[in-house]
Design a protein around this ligand. Structure first.
Ligand code: NAD
Length: 377
């Protein structure tokens, strides 16, 4: 029997992305599976139901979950959604297990197989499945567009009859996927850009995009290509040098994160107070508490004339491309498991092992198991 791949409407009104776009629905149909979508599933991203030519449209989530073998989601499934799933359903999407341990327990108890896209190992083979990267790239781009909108100055240099306008100075802190996209976008808008990261490998990447690298001579490479937390002494050294660059910038975009830890606080209040009124900080690390001491996640605040914007939903604000990229990530993750329309999961595959959160009544991801069930004696 061919499996059915089903896509419910996202539950939060702020979420405009959809886990399956029409083009990818067609590619799933070619693999012999039945594609089922809930009515108006792609409305927030402007994909109308009739564009999903190969899909069956159902009226509501209840009907969808009755026939779903695999469920594709953007946001973590809510407890009510999990309640509606059949035992043994496979659900794929962002799971944010550290935020929702009670949902993980429910997935376990209902014997749902949940694959968390944020846990897909970052190995070369899995690059095309890497939703963290695709969505971070969208966020990096949109952060600059927001900054340009909130800034009180032009980004490019302008030579006009009314005088010459100097280009804006943009400083990007954290040159990972989002940061590099922010640097590239700010450069395209004509700003003078500086980039900074604690991983030395980023120097070349920053410079290849035409930006200047702020060298603080701290090397904080951690495991798996990520940064480690800085020591107290290193933090002091970082702040002393960064303060000058922050003070000179019209726009600061921060993206610094350390996996599994709260965002490092890189911009304390005095550093913000050193910026000229009319400057802007876009804190892309706000989900983890923010890189700036004054960031209020999800809000825009002003301190002594400096605007501090802490967005939580940037990928969702470019919903067409963000959905296309995310949907392709899911296809690349799921399609190797589909053989002649049926689901055959290779439990030896390191990508599957890495991203399986719950399966057959167990929490497979060790840190989440510890969080939900406590450490085993
Ligand atoms: P991230 O979102 O975890 O962090 C963003 C950036 O912040 C990182 O570059 C990090 O070094 C930096 N940072 C952390 N603490 C900092 C501090 N105190 N000061 C300044 N900067 C700080 O990172 P990410 O964008 O997800 O990617 C990080 C790494 O993963 C990169 O090496 C990237 O190349 C690698 N990566 C690999 C793959 C793959 O192979 N499939 C895919 C994506 C990313």
């Amino acid at each position: 029997m061919p499996i059915s791949v089903a896509v419910p409407k996202e539950q939060t009104s702020e979420e405009r992305r959809v886990a399956l776009v029409p083009e990818i629905a067609g590619r799933f149909a070619k693999l012999g599976v039945t594609v089922v979508i809930e009515k108006e599933v792609g409305k927030g991203a402007h994909f109308i139901d009739t564009a999903y030519k190969e899909a069956q449209v159902v009226e509501n989530a209840e009907k969808l979950y009755q026939q779903a073998d695999v469920v594709l989601k953007v946001q973590p499934p809510t407890e009510a959604e999990i309640e509606q799933m059949k035992e043994g359903t496979v659900v794929i999407g962002f799971m944010s297990p550290h935020l929702y341990p009670e949902r993980v327990a429910k997935l376990r108890d209902k014997k749902i197989t949940s694959l968390a896209v944020e846990l897909v190992p970052r190995i070369s083979r899995a690059q095309s499945m890497d939703a963290l990267s695709s969505q971070a790239a969208v966020a990096g781009y949109k952060a600059v567009i927001r900054a340009a909108d909130l800034a009180s100055v032009f980004f490019p240099m302008l030579t006009t009859a009314a005088g010459t306008i100097r280009p804006a100075k943009v400083l990007v802190i954290g040159a990972g996927v989002a940061g590099l996209q922010a640097i590239a976008t700010a450069r395209r808008l004509g700003a003078m850009v500086e980039g900074y990261d604690v991983r030395s490998a980023t120097k070349e990447q920053v410079e290849s995009l035409g930006a200047k690298f702020v060298d603080i001579e701290i090397k904080a490479e951690g495991e798996g290509g990520y940064a480690r937390e800085l020591t107290a002494e290193e933090k002091q050294q970082q702040q002393a040098i960064l303060a000058k660059h922050v003070a000179a910038a019209n726009v600061v975009i921060t993206t610094a994160a350390i996996p599994g830890r709260p965002s490092p606080k890189i911009l304390p209040k005095p550093m913000v107070e050193g910026m000229a009124p009319g400057s802007v900080i876009i804190d892309l690390a706000s989900e983890g508490g923010g890189n700036c001491e004054l960031t209020k996640p999800g809000e825009t605040v002003e301190h002594q004339g400096v605007i501090i914007h802490g967005p939580l939903d940037l990928p969702s604000q470019t919903p067409i491309n963000a959905s296309e990229m995310y949907s392709k990530n899911l296809f690349n993750l799921l399609s190797p498991m589909i053989k002649e329309g049926e689901l055959q999961i290779d439990w030896e595959d390191e990508v599957i092992i890495g991203c399986t959160l719950t399966h057959a009544g167990e929490i497979k991801h060790a840190p989440t198991r510890e969080l939900v069930e406590g450490a085993k004696p």
